[in-house]
Design a protein around this ligand. Structure first.
Ligand SMILES: CC/C=C\C/C=C\C/C=C\C/C=C\C/C=C\C/C=C\CCC(=O)SCCNC(=O)CCNC(=O)[C@H](O)C(C)(C)COP(=O)(O)OP(=O)(O)OC[C@H]1O[C@@H](n2cnc3c(N)ncnc32)[C@H](O)[C@@H]1OP(=O)(O)O
Ligand SMILES: CCCCCCCC/C=C\CCCCCCCC(=O)OC[C@@H](O)COP(=O)(O)O
Length: 376
């Protein structure tokens, strides 16, 4: 292990990175809160400010992936589709099998200039996660309860509000609704069998209602669906803790651009269309497993310096007061103050560890896990 790699794996380094992320994140949340009066005067101005504030926060995590861990993200796509990326609104359909799939998605958002405005249909529980969840609230992220009776109006209303959104955005939809585990796969394949649908090897059976409601409500606003399939070379199983440790991963993303007009309006036809899409995605994954690559040419956008510059800026801004505080603390010689600070630091690390836990598949919810969820 090289010296730099050894440094990256040190707990003290992690503590510093997390400190910068959390404290700057809370500060950004506060700035977002201050944009509330602006909403009353100019909604579009408030939205544009929030897009930039969100960029300041999410690009720190992107910088950690791209510059700290040096993870390589390769894009497989047709050149005629590539020219549209970042220049139109789109619905992104992505497989949900990795702890850091959302972060790889963010990396591509950053490279195509839509990171600050990127959106997702997220489970409601994530809105309570400090920093990221609170940021999403101001970014008009669409939350769902994964209860269709409530979601059908809730999600539709939130999507309608995006019709006058002032900047290009990608709206991410994990149609599988939860992360892939062997148990959830087994349960969802029972549902597939009962519906006479083919067995999927690499995906859970997609939930079609959220897709249908999204497509219907973003018609006229989104131009296309980006069917995206993510995998990692050499069977890597990336984690956020691994990224924090400076481990380098190799992500491959295959994207097909499908104009929204090609997607059926009728709910049943739209559901059948999505099932067929997932059967195709499954065959791409199988091809990747067999050959180590996706179909189509590689047209990767390079990582940009912006995420690194933003990260260095916030690090300087946050580490300076920390340095002043620590110097004052040590020179005061007060044992009580030092103990209180240590207790505070320990509590903060437990809090950050909990946040990182939200990304871990082994802490995944029970949604889709139980036979009782079978609506058959
Ligand atoms: C060029 C580069 C391109 C791309 C780059 C890639 C990406 C970048 C893009 C953007 C990045 C933006 C942000 C990323 C940042 C962070 C993201 C982080 C995380 C958030 C993710 C989540 O929170 S995922 C969880 C929430 N989302 C969803 O659940 C969406 C999918 N779900 C649905 O659509 C659901 O339908 C619903 C939520 C709307 C409603 O849920 P409900 O439970 O009520 O489901 P259903 O009504 O669908 O269930 C009943 C039907 O399902 C059948 N059933 C029952 N059991 C199962 C089972 N185990 N598996 C499958 N199906 C099942 C049942 O039979 C019913 O069938 P019907 O035929 O009657 O529909
Ligand atoms: C720059 C240094 C930063 C270091 C510190 C990083 C700390 C930040 C930690 C976490 C940010 C929270 C991001 C939450 C995104 C979680 C995405 C996710 O995958 O959600 C799961 C959901 O889809 C389905 O849930 P279930 O599978 O049903 O359960």
């Amino acid at each position: 292990m090289g010296l730099l790699q050894l440094l990256k794996s040190q707990f003290l380094c992690h503590l510093i990175l997390c400190y910068v992320f959390v404290v700057s994140g809370l500060f950004i949340n506060l700035l977002q809160f201050c944009t509330l009066p602006v909403w009353m005067v100019s909604k579009q101005l408030a939205r544009r400010i929030n897009i930039r504030l969100a960029y300041c926060l999410s690009s720190q995590m992107v910088a950690m992936l791209e510059w700290w861990s040096g993870t390589e993200c390769t894009l497989y796509t047709e050149p005629q589709s590539y020219r549209f990326y970042g220049k139109e609104n789109a619905i992104v359909v992505l497989n949900h099998s990795y702890d850091i799939d959302f972060l790889c998605g963010w990396t591509f958002c950053e490279r195509f200039g839509v990171l600050g405005s990127s959106k997702v249909l997220a489970k409601k529980e994530l809105s309570y996660v400090p920093v990221i969840g609170w940021m999403w609230y101001f970014l008009e992220i669409v939350f769902c309860k994964r209860k269709w009776e409530e979601d059908r109006t809730l999600v539709a209303q939130s999507l309608q509000k995006l019709h006058d959104y002032p900047e290009h955005f990608w709206f991410l939809l994990y149609c599988e609704g939860t992360r892939f585990t062997p148990k959830k796969h087994q349960v969802s394949m029972q549902v597939a069998e009962s519906k006479g649908l083919p067995i999927l090897k690499h995906h859970l059976l997609p939930r079609t209602k959220g897709f249908w409601v999204t497509v219907q409500n973003l018609r006229g606003k989104a131009a296309a669906v980006y069917d995206s399939t993510l995998n990692f070379q050499n069977n890597e199983k990336p984690t956020l803790l691994g990224v924090l440790n400076g481990e380098k991963y190799h992500a491959d993303l295959y994207v097909r651009r499908i104009p929204l007009d090609l997607i059926p309006e009728d709910e049943a036809e739209c559901a059948a269309w999505l099932h067929k899409l997932y059967q195709e995605k499954d065959s791409f994954q199988e091809q990747y497993t067999q050959t180590g690559r996706f179909p189509g040419p590689i047209v990767s956008p390079p990582r940009r310096l912006w995420s690194l510059i933003n990260w260095l800026f916030w690090s300087c801004l946050m580490l300076y007061p920390l340095g002043v505080l620590l110097t004052g603390l040590i020179s005061s010689g007060s044992m009580l103050s030092i103990i209180v600070s240590l207790v505070f630091c320990s509590a903060a690390s437990v809090g950050v560890r909990w946040m990182i836990g939200q990304t871990e598949i082994n802490k995944s919810s029970n949604y889709g896990n139980k036979e009782t969820t079978l609506n058959i």
